[in-house]
Design a protein around this ligand. Structure first.
Ligand code: HEC
Ligand code: HEC
Ligand code: HEC
Ligand code: HEC
Ligand code: HEC
Ligand code: HEC
Ligand code: HEC
Length: 358
């Protein structure tokens, strides 16, 4: 039997099974917005090598998750309910920082991301993160039934957390224990501090944190990596901002402070709280700089990790391009004595801290 015919038979069999056993309780096939159910997506004769689908990969999805024109066409064909108002995901993928779904090809088991391996091209498909048939978690932070990697590097067929789906590709399997590019290490359970992705926050919120619903306790990767437009669709599809972030983040060593420069951080951490030194008493002096002393402002990135810090509380991790060892002891160290008290050994903007206390 040819592969196509085999798949055809499989689909017929599935439809039959579904008739007597409605296991798809939520997700695509159960949607009232798909008048023809399975038939809204699967056509009698599809393209060869496709399971009865008339478009390939993301082009298939864009028929309903693309432009207004594409959606209208599907409505005219009776495949999509006239009541459906779906976000244009294709538009997200046309932005400068995006997951490269337009690159094609299958995944090989030894594939590594360009940011880790230096390979030229790499790709990702909608189906790496979404399952058109099954969703295992409805409500906020939905997650489809797709494979992933646990924090300890175990392959799982059904990822239970969004970050497990991301780790499937964003780990450095071959790198050493300190691989900077390995995101599972940055969010490891042993990390001293982290943005609460793989574990919830305990205790009170930091002074600047603006409580935003469930976000304050535990967040997902896609709370930060998502469309940079307010009201834009959820998901790390594409953004006009570097690193596929929800807002602008200037990581330069010498940077002029403004609400735009750190728009990204300020969307969750109150700018005036930070610049009024409600926590670190020297925040303003460092972020804005000091005209009289002739010290320029510097980015949050000079002192803070974005994901997690292995050794320090408060996400302190110095940007090694900005700081060097302290003049006397040649060390780069941060020591905390609890909230709002600590010291640093390092040299920054030619200024040696041996240590500097606050
Ligand atoms: C939203 C569109 C959509 C709907 C609705 C849908 N499917 Fe699919 N189906 C797909 C896509 C896309 C694939 C290819 C998945 C892939 O390549 O990983 C697929 C693949 C399949 C396959 C082949 C699986 C394989 O391993 O290759 C079967 C069988 C199938 N679908 C059955 C069904 C049945 C039965 C229904 C109705 C209950 C249904 N589908 C509803 C989009 C859909
Ligand atoms: C025939 C039209 C159609 C096609 C083709 C289609 N979808 Fe959908 N999709 C829908 C509709 C309608 C919904 C809204 C379901 C609901 O709210 O009941 C939806 C919802 C979704 C959602 C969840 C959004 C949410 O808020 O719950 C995801 C994720 C998704 N689709 C991904 C895909 C992917 C990936 C593909 C391609 C493999 C695809 N869709 C192809 C019609 C389609
Ligand atoms: C199937 C593999 C795969 C999965 C799964 C995946 N990614 Fe990616 N990701 C990529 C590829 C490929 C790139 C582009 C890398 C490049 O071009 O250097 C990328 C790029 C990114 C970037 C942009 C990095 C930069 O420097 O601009 C971010 C952020 C990102 N991914 C976050 C996520 C998040 C969050 C998830 C989980 C929801 C996720 N990824 C899941 C493959 C994947
Ligand atoms: C609090 C917001 C936030 C969360 C949550 C977050 N990120 Fe990031 N991420 C950033 C920022 C800011 C940068 C850019 C600066 C940097 O590299 O530190 C970044 C950079 C990246 C990059 C590109 C740089 C690199 O290290 O290769 C990838 C890939 C990425 N994040 C993936 C993820 C994944 C996967 C998760 C979830 C496990 C995640 N991020 C969670 C804010 C976040
Ligand atoms: C790297 C992983 C990844 C890839 C690739 C990806 N998505 Fe998503 N997508 C997500 C995540 C994560 C969410 C957010 C789920 C949530 O929290 O509600 C999401 C959300 C969505 C939603 C719902 C948007 C909303 O506002 O509710 C749709 C529709 C969707 N994706 C379609 C697609 C389509 C179509 C493709 C391929 C062209 C695609 N996605 C590729 C990870 C991905
Ligand atoms: C989407 C919301 C969001 C964004 C964007 C965000 N944060 Fe956070 N941040 C949080 C939450 C939630 C916490 C944990 C609760 C708390 O400590 O108040 C947190 C905690 C922190 C902490 C304290 C960690 C600790 O262990 O005490 C620092 C430092 C921090 N963030 C810095 C940043 C920086 C720098 C940026 C920009 C690069 C940023 N955040 C962007 C939500 C966010
Ligand atoms: C010179 C280094 C430095 C720079 C630059 C810096 N921070 Fe901090 N930040 C700290 C230190 C040290 C602490 C810990 C204060 C303490 O001891 O409680 C801290 C604490 C925090 C906290 C947790 C307490 C609170 O106020 O909520 C947040 C959030 C934070 N910083 C965000 C930022 C953001 C956003 C920027 C950039 C706009 C930034 N920081 C720039 C050193 C820095």
């Amino acid at each position: 039997m040819s592969r196509v015919l085999e798949r055809y038979m499989k689909i017929i069999a599935c439809i039959f099974v579904l008739f007597i056993m409605p296991i798809y309780s939520f997700g695509h096939p159960g949607s009232v917005l798909l008048p023809e159910g399975c038939g809204s997506c699967h056509v009698g004769h599809g393209l060869s090598n496709e399971p009865m689908l008339d478009k390939v990969e993301e082009q298939f999805c864009y028929q309903c998750h693309g432009s207004y024109e594409q959606q209208s066409e599907m409505k005219t064909r009776g495949k999509l309910s006239p009541a459906a108002r779906l976000d244009d995901i294709e538009r997200e993928f046309s932005k400068p920082y995006r997951h490269p779904v337009e690159e094609s090809g299958g995944h090989s088991p030894t594939e590594q991301l360009p940011m880790i391996s230096g390979a030229q091209v790499s790709h990702v498909e909608c189906a790496d993160c979404h399952n058109p048939h099954q969703r295992i978690k409805p409500g906020v932070n939905k997650i489809d039934e797709v494979s992933g990697f646990t924090l300890s590097g175990q392959y799982v067929k059904k990822a239970e957390h969004e970050y497990e789906v991301c780790l499937k590709c964003h780990v450095d399997l071959l790198g050493g224990p300190d691989s900077e590019k390995d995101i599972s290490k940055q969010f490891s359970v042993s990390a001293r501090s982290m943005h609460p992705v793989t574990r919830p926050t305990v205790g009170v919120l930091s002074p600047s944190t603006m409580a935003t619903g469930n976000l304050s306790n535990q967040m997902t990767c896609s709370d930060c990596h998502r469309s940079g437009e307010s009201g834009g669709p959820a998901g790390p599809h594409g953004s006009s901002f570097e690193f596929l972030l929800s807002g602008n983040y200037n990581t330069d060593i010498n940077a002029d402070e403004s609400s735009l420069a750190y728009q990204f951080c300020y969307s969750c951490h109150d700018r005036s709280s930070l610049l009024n030194n409600e926590s670190f008493p020297l925040h303003k002096e460092h972020i804005v700089g000091d005209l009289i002393k002739g010290i320029p402002g510097t980015s949050c990135y000079t002192c803070h990790a974005s994901h997690g810090s292995k050794d320090n509380p408060f996400l302190i991790k110095f940007n090694r391009e900005a700081v060097s060892g302290s003049g006397l002891t040649n060390q780069i160290t941060y020591q905390s004595y609890g909230r709002n008290r600590g010291l640093c050994y390092l040299t920054c903007h030619g200024h040696s801290h041996d240590p500097a206390r606050y």
